[in-house]
Design a protein around this ligand. Structure first.
Ligand SMILES: [Zn+2]
Length: 499
């Protein structure tokens, strides 16, 4: 984001500065004998263009008062939101994911201090009970470059985490509590990205795959426990001084979303690599696999930083989830408790493969955002391909002896990398297309382009799209700046759309 801002400022400065004529452009000096030529008409001064301010990230302050014992919370949220689009906005659209398990109650909402009562929760088109769309009318239209402050007071009654996604339910299987843990993911209303010409980006949930798209934002999260219990906190972002003995405070810049996990019995092992504190939170019997997760995550962080570009945050937190799935969030990912049971002390197992996959999402999801519902291949195929980059650096023989068979060949993935989550034809076929065949496309592309060109492209893609929401068009536009090779056979082999 900083690189993008500086580039924008540079462009603005360039655009605003008059260009100086070079000496060769100077007109010849008139001589005494020459006839005076008519003066050319003076150019009419063009109106001074209104300077476009650099984009401002949304800023979220979340004041969370949590009762760990009662599994309830009261939250006061303040969002400072700048209209970075060229359109005048008359309303805002917020995603409120905890409405799905009916966990969320809105107590009050105000815009610039004015209470708003004519907001609307709109039902999802697929299942009417998924009322995740909060339409918030603005008291005054919001012109480009102007800022608005939204204050939301809400309550949460946490649900039990569903260990397997119920086929009749599209609700989160991470948000909520288990006997050992509370997990807060997508737990606060957030303003979804607005794209000129497209409007607000908020897709419907589906039985598998992720459906949310996030704008890079800044977070200031203050946690207070209200029942005398003091569970261990694992959080996106670094902890800073709260200024109060009873509260804890965390900060994250240019993150997509802020996740938290709490447990009375969490243990933690940590290490520092390249100035980043990596922490692995776990439950007591799992110290050995938790250390293996820590080592693989720290190693992958270093490898991806060298091959793709730097990691942007000061911390990276891994949490052993008391449920059956891994999932990426900003500077944070969950690992399934069940996978820790199968750790065999080598790199040839699911625990390590998933660790380095989820770590890669800190590049492909966190830094380069994408519409996860409509173009999931943009983050998932790159995260799966990144597993190859990890193994070939650390223990290359594992790729041929294990990874290709375990992760890939036994599923015989087929074509159509660019499907929406709704077109996956079931979870396993969806994984095969988007994750596996997507990774094979990238590997084939790498062979076609050669190492220097391929990695120069990936680094450029990261650099240009960091802090933004990339599309397939962006991917191929940037790719074609690095090669004029004919890629039409590869694209038609792997993609249903032409790029
Ligand atoms: Zn993934």
């Amino acid at each position: 984001m900083l690189a993008r801002l500086s580039l924008l400022i540079l462009l603005l400065l360039t655009a605003c500065s008059p260009s100086l004529p070079s000496p060769t452009d100077a007109p010849p000096l008139p001589t005494a004998t020459s006839f005076p030529t008519p003066e050319p008409p003076l150019p009419t001064p063009s109106p001074t263009p209104t300077p476009i301010p650099p984009p401002q990230r949304p800023h979220y302050t979340l004041n969370l008062r949590l009762s760990y014992a009662h599994k309830t919370a009261r939250v006061v949220e303040t969002i400072r939101y700048t209209n970075n689009s060229p359109d005048v906005l008359t309303d805002l659209l917020l995603a409120v994911v905890p409405t799905c398990p009916r966990s969320f109650a809105l107590n009050a909402i105000a815009v610039n201090g004015v209470p708003i009562t004519d907001y609307r929760f709109e039902p999802d088109h697929v299942q009417a009970y998924v009322r995740q769309r909060l339409q918030l009318p603005l008291p005054q239209p919001l012109p480009p470059g102007q800022q608005v402050t939204v204050e939301i007071d809400f309550s949460l009654i946490l649900p039990v985490v569903e260990n397997f996604r119920n086929q009749d339910s599209l609700c989160s299987q991470i948000y909520g509590y288990t006997a050992a843990q509370i997990n807060l993911v997508d737990w606060y209303p957030f303003i979804v990205p607005y794209l000129p010409g497209r409007g607000w980006i908020l897709n419907n949930p589906w039985y598998y795959g992720e459906h949310l798209t996030y704008e890079a934002s800044d977070f200031d999260v203050i946690v207070t426990f209200t029942d005398g219990l003091s569970p261990v906190i694992a959080a996106s972002g670094e902890e800073i001084e709260s200024g109060s003995p009873n509260t804890r405070r965390f900060r994250l810049e240019a993150g997509r979303t802020f996740a938290l996990s709490f447990a009375l019995d969490f243990r933690v092992v940590s290490t520092v690599v390249d100035g980043v504190t990596v922490s692995s939170y776990y439950f007591a019997p799992y110290e050995v696999p938790a250390r293996a997760v820590l080592d693989a995550t720290a190693q992958a962080l270093q490898i991806y930083s060298q091959r793709f570009g730097p990691y942007p945050h000061k911390t990276l937190t891994v949490v052993q989830g008391d449920f059956n799935d891994g999932m990426e969030f900003s500077a944070f990912y969950f690992h399934s408790k069940g996978i820790y049971n199968n750790y065999d002390g080598t790199l040839r197992n699911h625990l390590i493969a998933v660790s380095v996959h989820e770590t890669a999402h800190q590049w492909w999801f966190e830094q380069v955002g994408n519409n996860q519902a409509l173009e999931p291949w943009l983050d998932e195929s790159l995260a799966t391909f990144s597993e190859i980059v990890y193994y070939e650096t650390v223990q290359p023989e594992v790729l041929g002896e294990w990874w290709w068979f375990y992760r890939f060949d036994r599923y015989q993935p087929s074509n159509q990398v660019d499907v929406r989550i709704y077109e996956g034809d079931g979870q396993r076929p969806y994984w095969n297309k988007v994750y596996l065949n997507g990774a094979r496309f990238l590997q084939d592309l790498r062979l076609r382009l050669g190492e220097p060109v391929f990695f120069a492209f990936l680094q450029d893609y990261l650099s240009q799209m960091r802090g933004r929401i990339a599309t397939s068009q962006d991917f191929f536009r940037i790719l074609r700046r690095h090669t004029d090779a004919d890629l039409s056979d590869l694209i038609s082999q792997y993609f249903q759309n032409s790029y």
